[in-house]
Structures are given as structure tokens and as C-alpha cells.
Design a protein around this ligand. Structure first.
Ligand SMILES: NC(=O)c1ccc[n+]([C@@H]2O[C@H](COP(=O)([O-])OP(=O)(O)OC[C@H]3O[C@@H](n4cnc5c(N)ncnc54)[C@H](O)[C@@H]3O)[C@@H](O)[C@H]2O)c1
Length: 284
């Protein structure tokens, strides 16, 4: 028996990347999955992969920023599979990130669109899911946040603020509906090498971004999917209202780590030239 036998899951942004890995992980453990994505053909391709593995899935083309489309998504889930037990709010307005700059340079339209998709879209999905979970007697929600929501950056102002707000939305939901046996947690990935990111980041940029990771490999969508599946499952039955980082240790160390400092000797090969040239310092 898989951990999700008899359960129905809605996963947004499940046509690619982390969302797709989550949909596959849930289906592989017996869950029936509604694969929701703004890219309908990507959603269909994901359901085809699930079907090829003898799983059950339904593709829905929709935009989480559109309240009517969100309502229709959950009505479809209920009509097709009989209800909703699990929700992964994974979709986000990633296409806006190149235009998401520092506060003084920020186009307010980018801020508004980012909030409308990431934060309001997540809220809309939660508002559709909660009554259906109450009707089923329990439910579990995972909101896909980001390490960007836990630390400042030189750009990505709107994205980071939306992810930080999603962390608090998760805590509020956990607080308000825990009595109804609904759990809600946020997952905060660091750098996860999806196909989209691989196509965008050259090797130099990948090395630059991973300098602060403590583990010597890149993060994969499957790493995040394993955590999401755990949090959705009864294995995490007493965990709610948490933000769980999955970042290879990116936010777990002192800032001097990547630039040398006392841990210089322990750094693996693959440092940037600047880091390699940095003087070796030690605690005396
Ligand atoms: N990849 C990373 O390094 C990373 C790091 C931190 C957080 N995250 C978060 O993980 C989640 C998934 O990221 P990813 O890297 O897998 O992205 P991705 O671009 O690989 O996949 C995102 C999917 O969501 C769909 N989508 C986009 N906007 C949508 C909308 N409005 N409605 C419905 N579907 C929509 C896209 O079509 C795509 O299929 C996002 O919330 C992102 O913020 C990713």
C-alpha cells in the first residue's frame, strides 16, 4: 500500500520541474492526481507519464491567478475523483523574475502580478481546498516557498516578499484549521536544477550560486518531491505550520564559508576563482 492510496491530490504547476516531480511522487504512492498547469500540453504530458506508470491523473489547463479558473479546477477534481485530500501550491510567476529588480528600480506591475499569482493564487487554491478537506474529515497542504523568502537579495524583491508572505499564509492556515485536522506547511527550496533553470544558467552561474551550498551536488526536483510527499503523508501527521528548508545547507552556515574563512580547507573543488584566490584565514 502506498502512502496516498485512496487520496486525491491537486498539484499546481505540475507540468514541469518540481511540481511535476511532486505529481509523479504522489501518483507512485497510489494517489490520484489533478495535474494543473497554465501550459495545458505540459499538464497532459505529465498525466501521460503517470498513466504509463499505471497511475491515475487528470490534466487541467488553468492559471492560479484567475479565481474562476481555480474554482473550476477544484470542481473538476471533485467531479472526477470525488473530493480533495491533498494540495500542493507549487505554481509561481517565475517568468517575471528577470524583471523583478531592487526596490527603487522595480516596476510596480511586476510586483502586482507576482503577488496576484504567487500569494493571491495560493490563497485562492487554499480557499477552494479547505471546505472540501473539511468535508473529507482531514487534509494536508504544502505551499512551495523559497529560500528567497528567508533572506534578502539584491533583486527579486517581489518574488521574495511573496514567498515570505506564503510562509505566514501557511502558518495562518495551520492555526485556523488545525482543529479540522488540516495541516499546512511551507517548503523552501534553495537552488534546484529543473530543466528550465538548466537551460537558463550557464556553468559559471551555477558554480557561483552553489558556492554557499554545504553539500557538493546540485538539488534535484526529486529531492523536493520526497520532502513534499513526506509532509503530505501521515508520516508527518504531527507536523504543521512549519517552513522546511531544502537547500543543501545554503542558509545553514556563517557567511564567510563561501569566501574562505576558517572553513577554507574543507571547501570542495569547484570554487570560483575569487574564492580560490581569497586568503586563508583561521580561528586562532
Ligand atoms: N527551481 C528552483 O531552484 C526553486 C527554488 C526555490 C523555489 N522554487 C519554487 O518551486 C516552484 C516550482 O518551480 P520550478 O523551478 O519547478 O519551476 P518550473 O518553471 O520548472 O515549473 C513551473 C510550472 O508552473 C507552471 N505555471 C507557471 N505559472 C502558472 C500559473 N499562473 N498557473 C498555473 N501553472 C503555472 C509552468 O507552466 C510550469 O509548468 C515555484 O513556486 C518556485 O518559486 C523553485
Amino acid at each position: 500500500m502506498g502512502r496516498f492510496e485512496g487520496k486525491v491530490a491537486v498539484v499546481t504547476g505540475a507540468g514541469a520541474g518540481i511540481g511535476k516531480a511532486c505529481a509523479l511522487a504522489i501518483a507512485r504512492e497510489g494517489g490520484r492526481v489533478v495535474v494543473a498547469d497554465i501550459d495545458g500540453s505540459a499538464a497532459i504530458a505529465c498525466t501521460a507519464q503517470i498513466a504509463a506508470e499505471a497511475g491515475h491523473a487528470l490534466a487541467v489547463a488553468m492559471d492560479i491567478a484567475d479565481a474562476q479558473a481555480v474554482a473550476a479546477l477544484f470542481e473538476t477534481a471533485e467531479r472526477h475523483f470525488g473530493g480533495v485530500d491533498l494540495l500542493v501550491n507549487n505554481a509561481s510567476a517565475m517568468h517575471l523574475t528577470p524583471r523583478d529588480r531592487a526596490i527603487l528600480d522595480l516596476d510596480l506591475a511586476v510586483w502586482d502580478q507576482t503577488m496576484a499569482t504567487n500569494l493571491r493564487g495560493t490563497l485562492l487554491c487554499c480557499r477552494q481546498a479547505i471546505p472540501r478537506m473539511i468535508a473529507r474529515g482531514s487534509g494536508a497542504i504544502v505551499n512551495m516557498s523559497s529560500c528567497q523568502g528567508l533572506s534578502g537579495d539584491t533583486a527579486l524583491t517581489s518574488y521574495a516578499a511573496s514567498k515570505a508572505a506564503m510562509n505566514m499564509l501557511s502558518a495562518s492556515l495551520a492555526t485556523q484549521y488545525g482543529h479540522a485536522q488540516i495541516r499546512c506547511n511551507a517548503v523552501a527550496p534553495g537552488l534546484i536544477m529543473t530543466e528550465r533553470l538548466l537551460a537558463k544558467l550557464d556553468e559559471c552561474m551555477q558554480r557561483h550560486l552553489s558556492r554557499h551550498q554545504l553539500l557538493p551536488r546540485v538539488g534535484r526536483p526529486e529531492d523536493v518531491a520526497a520532502l513534499v510527499a513526506f509532509l503530505l503523508s501521515d508520516d508527518a501527521a504531527f507536523i504543521t505550520g512549519q517552513v522546511v528548508c531544502i537547500d543543501g545547507g545554503m542558509l545553514a552556515h556563517v557567511p564567510t564559508y563561501a569566501d574562505g574563512g576558517n572553513s577554507r580547507a574543507a571547501r570542495p573543488a569547484g570554487d570560483t576563482p575569487e574564492a580560490a584566490a581569497a586568503p586563508r584565514c583561521r580561528w586562532s
